[in-house]
Design a protein around this ligand. Structure first.
Ligand code: CTP
Length: 424
């Protein structure tokens, strides 16, 4: 099942490093390719010769090869792999990963890796339970890394408790499960528009809105996990350090080339016109298009190239409508395509959402009402009402945007299989 998969195995300075030798053997036996990075302390616990023999590859330990000065490119390594596994991961390495410290080849590779990263901690029970370690693990999870919980049992210290690195067989089973997750969207091309658009007034001002793009990003993540090939057209205003955006970037890595999990191509745009052009160009290739962007309805007729002066007197701006992306794509929709729209309303909004659904030829509309606490822009939760082909509204509970994304995907699959069989 792992045949042809490419793994980077990072080994840190723990007595459990001996298990990494067996893990390498199991991965190789399945036909996977393994490249090993050993930290300086890791070398104290297991020799590069053992690991090189088992992995059939040179073991990487330093930034440079000391004999010929050749550079080990951590960037290339991070792009090569389908997944990076750090097993065993010490409390020290976990702390450094959580804080972006990169003082060895393993850590620089981790920071530049675009593939999923899986961490199997190994340490004494008190170190594992320490709030600092627990906080670091939570941070790693929030960055989209996956943690394989350590097992409970006898520890090298002689104590008993939670902290033993999970057994290699179990790690392999975990990897198999991870790489073949439910794949309802495998082979499906999905377009998502997300975030706000900014419409230029002059070089320093724009018309925009409060959309954070978080719902669109949550949808992109959920789709990728189910095998979709996502084109995410994203408006401006997302902080560089946004963990969700980082996660999306990581999932979109070329490193996933051969993985059975999906991919995301991220297309950054600023204005509604740019978003329209990008969406229009790729739309014919798409199976599903989800319009989650809050496109500014109007744009200045005549954006200025220099800053507008004379504010004391006030000034007016002539506005013209932006292209209605959803409506235009709705006109092009074929029978084998699904279009999904959003309606953010300040009141109950059912009637308005139904009207939008018809006007824009949506197969499904997701209504969120700003009347509902925790719904709408900016936050991490949302409360939605789905209106599908039968035009009957179904209201869901307040949930995290991640869980809301799953409900939306379930509904897309349901309607896609109603009249035709678009999904497995
Ligand atoms: N939409 C779009 N392009 C636009 C405006 C809206 O693609 N220029 C899409 C949104 O992404 C959303 C749906 O259309 O999926 C409804 O957006 P909304 O702003 O609620 O609708 P409007 O038609 O702009 O109606 P309103 O008068 O309520 O603003």
């Amino acid at each position: 099942m792992l045949h042809g998969k490419k793994f980077i195995l990072g080994i840190t300075g723990s007595i459990a490093a001996y298990k990494a030798a067996y893990l390498t053997r199991l991965l190789k036996k399945q036909g996977a390719e393994v490249k090993i990075i050993l930290t300086p302390y890791g070398k104290e616990f297991i020799t590069p010769v053992t690991l090189a023999t088992l992995s059939d590859n040179t073991v990487l330990t330093d930034f440079f090869k000391h004999d010929d000065g050749a550079w080990n490119s951590h960037v290339e390594l991070g792009l090569w792999a389908d997944a990076m596994i750090i097993a065993p991961a010490t409390a020290n390495t976990i702390a450094k990963m959580a804080n972006g410290v990169c003082d060895n080849l393993l850590l620089t590779t981790y920071l530049s890796a675009r593939c999923p990263v899986i961490v199997a901690p190994a340490m004494d029970l008190d170190m594992f339970q320490h709030p600092a370690t627990q906080a670091n693990l939570k941070t790693l999870e929030s960055y989209g890394n996956h943690i394989i919980e350590p097992a409970t049992g006898e520890l090298a210290s002689g104590l008993e408790g939670k902290g033993r690195m999970e057994e290699p067989e179990k790690i392999v089973t975990w990897l198999e499960g991870f790489l073949k997750k439910k794949q309802r969207f495998t082979g499906k091309k999905v377009l998502i528009t997300a975030g706000p658009t900014f419409e230029k007034i002059d070089p320093v001002r724009f018309i925009g809105n409060y959309s954070s793009g978080k719902m669109g990003l949550a949808l992109a993540e959920a789709l990728v996990e189910e095998g979709a090939d996502v084109s995410l057209i994203l408006g401006p205003n997302l902080e560089v350090g946004n963990p969700r955006l980082h996660r999306v970037r990581r999932e979109s890595g070329i490193g996933n080339r051969q993985a059975e999990i999906g991919r995301i191509s991220l297309i950054h745009v600023v204005s509604g016109e740019e978003m329209y052009k990008e969406a229009h160009e790729i739309y014919p290739d798409m199976d599903v298009s989800i319009m989650a962007a809050a496109v500014a309805d109007f744009k200045p007729l005549d954006p200025k190239e220099s800053k507008i002066k004379g504010k004391e007197k006030g000034f007016s701006i002539d506005l013209v409508p932006n292209p209605d992306i959803a409506k235009e794509l709705g006109k092009l929709k074929r029978a084998d395509q699904l279009n999904i729209g959003f309606a953010l309303e300040t009141d109950e909004g059912l009637e308005s959402a139904l009207a939008k659904k018809h006007r824009k030829n949506f197969d499904l509309i997701v209504l969120n009402s700003l009347q509902d606490q925790g719904a709408g822009f900016g936050g991490d939760t949302n409360q939605i009402t789905l209106i599908a082909k039968d035009n009957k509204p179904r209201k869901f509970e307040l949930k995290s945007k991640k869980d809301v994304a799953k409900d939306i995907l379930d509904e897309i699959v349901r309607i896609g299989n109603q009249d035709q069989k678009l999904f497995p």
